[in-house]
Design a protein around this ligand. Structure first.
Ligand code: MV4
Length: 494
């Protein structure tokens, strides 16, 4: 086992990895940028090395600086977290060349999933179901029209080098094909430097369901749990749950088996996620994420497996601590990503100082975060304040606990998306489990968010008059605080 690991990331995920290290008796090295001088993760680490100015291009993405920090502190391995260098094959190779273990898959496995077309070819050859379409780039409009006629409209154009929905175009008919192709190619060229486009059948109401997998160096590969990630906005996941509401034991065995097959087809080692689109009982391989994901805690809550610890142990050459038969789903877990952003202003980032901050607790609640009262959320990185996770014996209890936790959450100083989460959690269709990737639009959730906002504000106003306080002061306090402050009042009455 390693005695020292460098964590090449920031925020809550850096802390998550360092927690695993502490439990394993491994000392930790943080790297931090100018903006993260006062960040919690840099304080939590045993050692912290400054790696450059605030923009991540000059710090967290500077491979040389990070490798140098590892060599100078004597760290034997680097954990990349998610984002930044986590799926960068050059970085994985650079670690290897310097005798440092990259805590993740072999660079070959990252490469195999880099091009969507190559990934589709590999998966097809391995008998993993893929969305009907082609496994080659299209060369011209006539060819595109021929293929679209064959698979039938609607179709979707996707950049081969892409990800996250960039450059994708839905095409309803032959007339729309030419402008869509031109647009896709141009976006792909400027975003990825590669304008190769391929075509798939467009699925109208897919769910996004993914499988967590673990694989050790000896080739033992298991699926851990499924996760439903359909509640997203502009390809940004906001709420995830495990298991998926559509999951049955039979479906989990089938999809999990396919996920394992997909991982084995590329010689995968480490923790990883196989993404599927699910539609009316059918499911198709979408892509594979070769990293520990943001939403990994919901899998940890329902299975009891510590994914970060397993990942480190596998990287150290140890055998997987579990067999497939050991995996059991216990209850239900939901995660809400609490972001410093304004849902009433197109989710614009809201960086700044947390003048007051209190996160919820109590039965079944887990909060993964890298912030504290008085901390200033910098404008340079993602706006995640915390990952709020609720676990219950079933979906109903998990939802009730999440609602109770959202009620308890206090954030003053920055805008948050807590009202968005409140709006989704009280939606009837969400509660029935009937969700897909178009849920937020279809259910007009943004109107419900406005209602929640008004209700929380009214609570604050009545509080202001009851307390005889300065109305402007009260109005400046966030909705979460307003609901919190009404609690003692209700208790006095009873
Ligand atoms: C699709 C699709 C429907 N049909 N492909 C968007 C991001 C990328 N990961 C794949 N995406 C989609 N591909 C076909 N053939 C719908 C989406 C999609 C989506 C997928 C997963 C999660 C959220 C999504 C939101 C909108 C569209």
């Amino acid at each position: 086992m390693f005695s020292k690991i460098l964590i090449a990331n920031r925020g809550e995920i850096a802390i998550r990895v360092m927690r695993a290290c502490r439990e394993l008796g491994i000392s930790t090295v943080a790297v931090y940028s100018e903006a993260d001088k006062n960040a919690l993760f840099a304080k939590y680490a045993d050692e912290a090395v400054f790696v450059g100015p605030s923009p991540s291009s000059q710090s967290y993405l500077k491979m040389d600086n990070i490798i140098k920090a590892a060599l100078e502190t004597g760290a034997q391995a680097i954990h990349p977290g998610y984002g930044f260098l986590s799926e960068n094959t050059r970085f994985a190779s650079a670690c290897e060349e310097n005798g440092i273990v990259f805590i993740g898959p072999p660079s070959m496995a990252i490469d195999a999933m880099g091009s969507k077309i190559t990934a589709r070819q590999t998966m097809k050859a391995a008998n993993v179901p893929i969305v009907p379409g082609i496994e080659e780039g299209i060369s011209d409009l006539d060819e595109a029209a021929e293929i679209a006629d064959r698979i039938g409209y609607p179709v979707i154009l996707k950049p081969a080098a892409g990800g996250g929905g960039i450059g994708m175009k839905i095409v309803m008919s032959r007339e729309e094909l030419m402008p869509a192709l031109t647009s896709s190619q141009s976006v792909a060229r400027s975003a990825f430097g590669d304008d190769t486009i391929y075509i798939e059948k467009y699925l109208t109401e897919p769910r996004h369901i993914e499988f967590q997998i673990l694989a050790d160096r000896k080739g033992r590969t298991i699926y851990v749990s499924d996760r439903e990630c359909s509640i997203q906005r502009r390809h940004q996941k906001l709420i995830e749950e495990s298991p998926s509401p559509v999951m049955t034991e039979d479906l989990r065995e089938r999809m999990g088996g396919i996920a394992v097959k997909a991982a084995k087809a590329i010689g995968y080692v480490s923790a990883g996620t196989v993404e599927f689109m699910y539609s009316r009982g059918d499911f198709y391989f979408l892509e594979m994420n070769t990293r520990l994901q943001v939403e990994h805690p919901i899998t940890e809550m329902v299975t009891g497996v510590d994914l970060a610890k397993e990942q480190i142990q596998i990287a150290a050459g140890e055998d997987l601590g579990y067999a497939q038969e050991d995996m059991q789903i216990r209850g239900w877990a939901i995660e809400c990503r609490i972001n410093a952003e304004d849902p009433l202003n197109d989710f614009a980032p809201s960086p700044g100082k947390l003048k007051r901050y209190r996160s919820p607790g109590g039965p079944g609640i887990r909060v993964d975060s890298g912030v504290y009262t008085g901390y200033v959320i910098p404008p340079y990185y993602d706006s995640l304040i915390s990952k709020l996770v609720a676990h219950g014996r079933d979906r109903k209890e998990a939802i009730a606990r999440m609602q109770r936790a959202l009620y308890e959450y206090i954030v003053v100083g920055v805008k948050t998306n807590i009202i968005f989460h409140k709006a989704v959690l009280r939606n009837a269709r969400f509660n029935s489990g009937d969700i897909n990737t178009h849920f937020i639009k279809e259910e007009n959730i943004m109107e419900a968010v406005k209602e929640v906002s008004v209700q929380d504000q009214e609570k604050g106003m009545s509080l202001a008059s009851a307390l005889g306080a300065d109305t402007r002061k009260i109005a400046a306090i966030s909705a979460a605080v307003e609901s919190y402050l009404t609690q003692p009042k209700a208790q006095e009455k009873s």
